[in-house]
Design a protein around this ligand. Structure first.
Ligand code: BES
Ligand code: MN
Ligand code: ZN
Length: 490
């Protein structure tokens, strides 16, 4: 991979030339380039097997790369992400140091504004140019990173789009890097420290409600879930409050940040624990989105809440049958210590309503295995009864390619979460529809009139095999989605 991708000038960039599928000859717009290259493009186009499928690449010579754009009728804005991903890998193999793009002839009104297309291209490049190498040791076989890759923009609209795409890609990769950090290093204290560091470098404000204060405030959800760990839980509060947005709406983004989920005394069995370092991905999505929101300096007031805890087992841990009192005064009978996410989120949601006085709340959480069964890794599940907020989320998802699908949350579901010996239980006696049970539980901690969305990202927060855009590991799902969502209020 490249150490970084940046914009700039270059004397001899690799010219990346786009051709639609089944093109009989080099498009007219590229004929000057082809002539200067001594017909290398035409020869590459004719190489046996080259069809011009989306993202298919052929090296024409060491200064020219041919990339397939797929069928013209199927060409859309999202195609540019795939193209960016495939091209950056080809440039990597060529050990290129600079590239320019020659695809203008393929762009039309139908595919959308140029800056948007070039943004997607850069997003694809940045997302594909990522690997987890912080833990390469003395016997690694991986090649060291190449230097920087310079992208040469032909015009201002291209440059703006590329710059934005690179910024969003970088914020996403930042979230992925921390998401991949293992639980022996990435503890709640580590999260707090990292949030402070990131805030300082981007100009956000950061406050941490530590364990003692959480106990004092009566945050029974956060405190009980995190109590069994040697590293105690905390609530990280980040704020982006540009002067021009002081009187505007306040958006609260809440992210489940369980640095490790053993299940607690309702222990995860049969190696079901493996991979639970990704149980902090909701929080990492919010952290990455705040990184982007600050970097792009969006004109919106946003407060991020990361309830960070490690769900462990020791003599102080909470147990099934405990009845605990939450920050909002609700009592909860703990029926399953493995339904811990909703407990830490609940207190953060109360904090968003009471202390932040948010106007809109969105939470992201790797909340249930059930949503993975229902929706797989194709999309996240979204619960939101506010039409305006849901439309904004749908629109953002359409733009970024981070897909969502609506699931129901009805009064019957809410009633199902009422317990016999306390106000609520954190998990019902049967597993029926348990992504909905999670959402229903959370709804008791949000002021009834407030627009709120809960996004269950358990199926999309990490991938188990390499894809076009993502290598095995965390995807940073939600970073671009939440940035786009927040921007819709700007
Ligand atoms: N972090 C898990 C959910 C999860 C499972 C995420 C698999 C990713 C992959 C969550 O805390 C959990 O344990 N949920 C339980 C809920 C149940 C106890 C109601 C689950 O999904 O089984
Ligand atoms: Mn759990
Ligand atoms: Zn969990």
């Amino acid at each position: 991979v490249f150490k970084s991708i940046r914009l700039g000038p270059s004397r001899s960039p690799v010219r990346v030339c786009g051709v639609f599928a089944e093109a009989a000859r080099v498009p007219g717009a590229l004929s000057d380039i082809d002539r200067a290259a001594g017909g290398a493009l035409a020869r590459a186009l004719k190489t046996p097997g080259f069809k011009g499928d989306l993202g298919e690449v052929r090296t024409a010579d060491d200064r020219h790369l041919l990339v397939g754009l797929g069928r013209e009728a199927d060409f859309k804005a999202a195609s540019l992400r795939t193209i960016g991903a495939r091209v950056v890998r080809a440039l990597d193999r060529m050990k290129a140091s600079a590239a320019s793009f020659h695809i203008d002839h393929a762009l039309s009104k139908k595919t959308g504004p140029t800056d948007r297309l070039f943004q997607n291209l850069a997003e694809g490049m940045a997302l594909a140019n990522f690997r987890v190498d912080s833990f390469d040791g003395s016997v690694t076989k991986r090649e060291p990173s190449l230097g920087a890759l310079t992208i040469v923009a032909a015009r201002a609209t291209q440059r703006d789009g590329l710059a934005r795409g690179l910024a969003l890609g970088e914020s996403t990769n930042y979230a992925r890097r921390i998401a991949a950090t293992p639980p022996n290093i990435c503890t709640p204290a580590f999260i707090a420290q990292e949030a402070r560091r990131m805030a300082r470098s981007t100009g956000l404000s950061c406050k941490v409600i530590d364990y003692r204060e959480a106990v004092k405030r009566g945050m029974g959800g956060l405190v009980n879930v995190g109590r069994g760990s040697d590293v105690k839980p905390c609530l990280v509060v980040l704020e982006h409050s540009p002067p021009r947005a002081r009187r505007a709406k306040t958006i609260a983004l809440v992210g489940k940040t369980i640095t490790y989920d053993t299940g607690g005394y309702s222990l995860k069995v049969n190696n079901g624990m493996k991979g639970m370092k990704y149980d902090k991905c909701g929080g990492m999505a919010v952290l990455g989105a705040m990184h982007a929101i600050a970097t792009l300096d969006l004109p919106v007031r946003v407060v991020a809440l990361l309830p960070a805890a490690e769900n462990m087992v020791n003599g102080e841990s909470y147990r099934p049958d405990d009845i605990i009192t939450m920050y909002n005064g609700a009592t909860v009978e703990v029926t399953n210590t493995d339904a811990e996410g909703r407990l830490v989120l609940a207190d953060a949601l109360t904090y968003a309503c009471r202390d932040v006085e948010a106007d809109v709340i969105v939470d992201l959480a790797t909340l249930t295995g059930g949503v993975v069964v229902a929706l797989g890794s194709w999309c996240a599940g979204v619960f939101c009864d506010d039409d305006d907020v849901r439309r904004r989320i749908d629109a953002a998802a359409e733009t970024t390619g981070e897909r969502v699908w609506r699931l129901p949350l009805w009064p019957d579901h809410r009633e199902f979460m009422r317990a016999k010996h306390a106000d609520l239980w954190n998990s019902g006696p049967k597993r029926d529809g348990h992504p909905i049970q999670g959402a229903a539980f959370l709804s008791f901690f949000v002021d009834e009139k407030l627009p709120w969305a809960h996004i269950d990202i358990a199926g999309v927060s990490n991938v188990e095999a390499d894809t076009d855009l993502f290598c095995l590991g965390p995807t940073g799902y939600g970073v671009r989605l939440m940035t786009e969502f927040v921007e819709s209020y700007g």
